[in-house]
Design a protein around this ligand. Structure first.
Ligand code: PLP
Length: 354
């Protein structure tokens, strides 16, 4: 179906792959040989092309540079034992990017365009998909307004691009997080559910401050009361309490993570109890204190599962039980890795083979 899409291909004169240690890629440092670009103008997507990875030309008056009219996605491709390139749930990313686009007043990229571009790009750069355990090809689709206009209104022109690059593990060890009760990431009616640039720019200072204090990440709380935990910087937040999987419901302020959704499904498959409900900070703290909190972890594409060994709240460190004994999150990570690499069956048709 997507084979018929008209994408022009200009190949890189020389591949950079021999200069890259594919077994030990650093997150976000290296990009593959090619990128995909499509232009939007006159109400349609056109000039679909794959070109050598490189700089793009932008007017200093480009509206995105001034007003953050930009959205993105993040997903991964893995290599299976028999050499296939397997992408995890790309249709879900295509759909979420459309939802972000609607919120940001951008023309949604049609699913066929998203999938067709991805297929063609990964076919061309398939040798960039690493195979060492813990590695993957990170895929970054994004869309930006292109009008050279510094007035405030939706742009008439846009670009949709995809770049990719090999990555290793995001967090090598269990993380320490701080519950943020001063700054706010997202408020009701805002853009928290959209993967849009401004959310991340606004979250930088709180995150950097927390890092200076020795924490890897923040746990955001609700904007109004700071009494409920919401999510982490680039991960949804999950807990195991009394053998139940506990996570906050998504909505305006919490991004609908695909890893989150996948883990909820795996938990249900295993017959586990799952509760999606508002979670109070006091419940988290009390459950750690009384021992009913067994595990805490972040769920997101970059890290898949990032186990949390300590949660800080207003001057006090609360240590979770030793991570070595955690069976649930370890099992979710293991199962997801096996599905992603084709090592076990894929009962929910999550895998898209290139
Ligand atoms: C991308 C992201 C997540 C995780 O989503 P996945 O689809 O699982 O990668 C969670 N929270 C925020 C704010 C994000 O940007």
């Amino acid at each position: 179906m997507t084979e018929t899409m008209d994408i022009s291909i200009t190949k890189a004169a020389e591949s950079k792959i021999s200069q890259v240690d594919l077994d030990n890629p650093q997150f976000g440092k290296v990009y593959s040989d090619h990128m995909f670009i499509a232009d939007y103008a006159d109400g349609e997507w056109k000039d679909l092309r794959i070109v050598p990875y490189g700089n793009i030309n932008i007017s200093p008056a480009n509206t995105t540079l001034h007003y953050a009219s930009t959205i993105f996605e993040g997903l991964k491709a893995n290599r299976s034992a028999n050499g296939d390139v397997l992408v995890f749930r790309p249709e879900a990313n295509a759909k979420r990017m459309q939802e972000s686009a609607v919120r940001m007043c951008m023309p949604p990229v049609p699913q066929e365009l998203f999938m067709g571009a991805l297929d063609e790009l990964l076919r061309l750069d398939s040798q960039w998909v690493p195979s060492a355990p813990g590695t993957a090809l990170y895929i970054r689709p994004f869309q930006l307004a292109m009008d050279p206009y510094i007035g405030i209104r939706p742009s008439d022109t846009y670009q949709f691009l995809i770049i990719t690059g090999p990555v290793g593990a995001y967090y090598a060890e269990p993380v320490k997080v701080k519950i943020e009760t001063n700054y706010t990431r997202a408020a009701k009616g805002g853009t928290g559910f959209a993967k849009t640039g401004g959310n991340y720019a606004a979250a930088l200072k709180p995150a950097v401050d927390a890092q200076k204090e020795g924490f890897n990440q923040l746990i955001w709380t609700d904007a109004k009361t700071h009494e409920y935990v919401e999510e982490s910087g680039t991960m949804n937040l999950m807990f195991i309490k009394n053998d139940t999987l506990l996570t906050a419901p998504t909505g305006d302020t919490i991004l609908r993570g695909i890893t989150r959704d996948s883990i909820i499904q795996l938990a249900k498959d295993k017959g586990m109890k799952v509760e999606e409900r508002p979670i109070k900070v006091t419940e988290v703290i009390e459950s750690i204190k009384d021992g009913s909190m067994q595990e805490a972890f972040g769920a997101g594409t970059a890290a898949t599962v990032a186990q949390i060994k300590m949660i800080h709240h207003e001057g006090t460190d609360y240590n979770l039980p030793p991570v070595e004994g955690w069976k649930y999150s370890t099992d979710f990570l293991d199962t997801l890795n096996k599905i992603k690499t084709g090592a076990i069956p894929d009962p929910h048709s999550w895998i898209h083979k290139i």
